[in-house]
Design a protein around this ligand. Structure first.
Ligand code: SF4
Ligand code: SF4
Length: 203
């Protein structure tokens, strides 16, 4: 029984004369350890607006708002840090690998939850036939670049790549309700592309 007591006394004396282990935060800054997952940040130049981060988010903390009626049509991605559980899945599974970051900032206390949101806005491509959003311009351009010569299997990707090269301009949204072969070389959503191709092959 005496030995443990002596050990406790030794520990108490050692603690009493050694400097405090706890940090002096907030009097002094206390940097987060490496790989800490804190406040979110979109990197606008690296994010392509694909929405994969919202798909994988387990807390549903990333909101996607498509506005096809704005000029130009726009997609906005909003990460709500007041809902986020800081798991890091959005950063780990981001399509480009650099579009979103969980920074080391952890001072998120606030009286206004609106200040917890970070966002990025990207221009949308709309389907030439049905007018619904397909995806963002940056996403289709990224796909066209990634596929290289294989993009020539998909007319939408050819048009996107050519537009980037300024060889053609984006088609104006005329009203062509019935699919026919004129639509093959237009920017179409997968549903309308299927309709056009089926009409072309089967009549
Ligand atoms: S590029 Fe990354 S951050 Fe941007 S929408 Fe896609 S998955 Fe999210
Ligand atoms: S860190 Fe996790 S919970 Fe937070 S936005 Fe990213 S995926 Fe969602």
């Amino acid at each position: 029984m005496r030995k443990p007591k002596l050990r406790e006394i030794r520990e108490a004396l050692k603690s009493f004369f050694s400097p405090a282990f706890t940090s002096r935060f907030p009097a002094r800054p206390a940097p987060a350890p490496p790989a800490y997952r804190g406040k979110g940040l979109f990197h606008e130049d690296k994010c392509i607006g694909c929405g994969a981060c919202a798909e994988v988010c387990p807390a549903d903390a990333i909101e996607i708002i498509d506005d096809p009626d704005s000029q130009p049509p726009q997609r906005t991605l909003i990460r709500h840090d007041d809902i986020c559980i800081f798991c890091g899945q959005c950063q780990a599974l981001c399509t480009t690998g650099e579009g979103i970051e969980c920074t080391s900032e952890y001072e998120l206390s606030t009286f206004d939850r609106k200040t917890c949101a970070v966002s990025v806005a990207k221009e949308l491509y709309l389907c030439y036939m049905c007018g619904k959003p397909i995806t963002t311009k940056d996403h289709l351009r990224w796909l066209a670049d990634k596929l290289g010569p294989r993009r020539y299997t998909n007319p939408t990707l050819i048009l996107v790549a050519e537009e980037k090269l300024k060889l053609i301009s984006a088609p104006a949204g005329e009203d062509h309700p019935a699919p026919d072969r004129r639509h093959i070389m237009q920017i179409l959503c997968p549903h309308c592309r299927r309709q056009v191709l089926l009409r072309e092959i089967w009549g």
